[in-house]
Design a protein around this ligand. Structure first.
Ligand SMILES: CC(C)(COP(=O)(O)OP(=O)(O)OC[C@H]1O[C@@H](n2cnc3c(N)ncnc32)[C@H](O)[C@@H]1OP(=O)(O)O)[C@@H](O)C(=O)NCCC(=O)NCCS
Length: 174
């Protein structure tokens, strides 16, 4: 079982830079607009799509960062910040390295982030993902997050290879 612990500043940084943030998928959610309504339609794609979120380099900006450690190897990370004005905790980063996925590590990182949000007296844990990240959307739904909105104009579509739309999910804190 992976150990979930708080990040140790500069000491963990070299290993965190090695955490693999890429995913592959053979299906995506197509965002359909009908009048004032939006819906998500699951579609198969060929060839499969691969996206890499790149190295995580901004963790010193977050009040809460946890890492997952397996046999002294950092294989996952989660970072949360607090929006005090609306009592919302934001799960800004969540990554488990390829090779360590589907072992329950993402779940432990989310549970730890939820505990932090609860102890900070937040209403919910909120996050942004993309319509193309089918695997993460399955994971978040499994973790009790519900789709709470989208933004069709958040990303600069002149610089992205694929047509990506921001989707937002939230899990209420009891
Ligand atoms: C999304 C991610 C963090 C999930 O972490 P993980 O360690 O693989 O997930 P877990 O093993 O903890 O899975 C927890 C539950 O979600 C389910 N789940 C995870 N991935 C799934 C998938 N692709 N499809 C369906 N269910 C999935 C598991 O079956 C498990 O269910 P259970 O509790 O009933 O056993 C990981 O796949 C990842 O880092 N992906 C690449 C980076 C990324 O996309 N990050 C999110 C950016 S918004």
């Amino acid at each position: 079982m992976a150990l979930i612990r708080l990040m140790r500043g500069g000491e963990d940084e070299p290993q965190i830079l090695q955490v693999n943030t890429a995913f592959s998928t053979d299906r995506v959610y197509k965002v359909k607009r009908t009048g004032l309504s939006y819906s998500l339609e699951l579609v198969q794609i060929n060839p499969t799509l691969r996206k890499d979120y790149g190295q995580i380099t901004d963790l010193d900006e977050y009040p809460f960062v946890v890492v997952a450690e397996e046999h002294s190897v950092i294989c996952g990370v989660a970072a949360v910040h607090i929006e005090a004005w609306n009592k919302r905790a934001v799960l800004q980063h969540l990554y488990v390295s390829e090779g360590y996925r589907s072992l329950g590590i993402g779940k432990l990182l989310v549970q730890s982030s939820m505990n932090y949000a609860k102890s900070s007296h937040m209403r919910c844990l909120w996050l942004e993902t993309q319509n193309i990240n089918y695997p993460a959307i399955q994971f978040y739904q499994r973790m009790g997050f519900e789709w709470c909105g989208l933004d069709t104009e958040l990303y600069d579509d002149t610089t992205l290879n694929n047509y990506e739309i921001a989707l937002f999910f939230a899990r209420r804190i009891e």
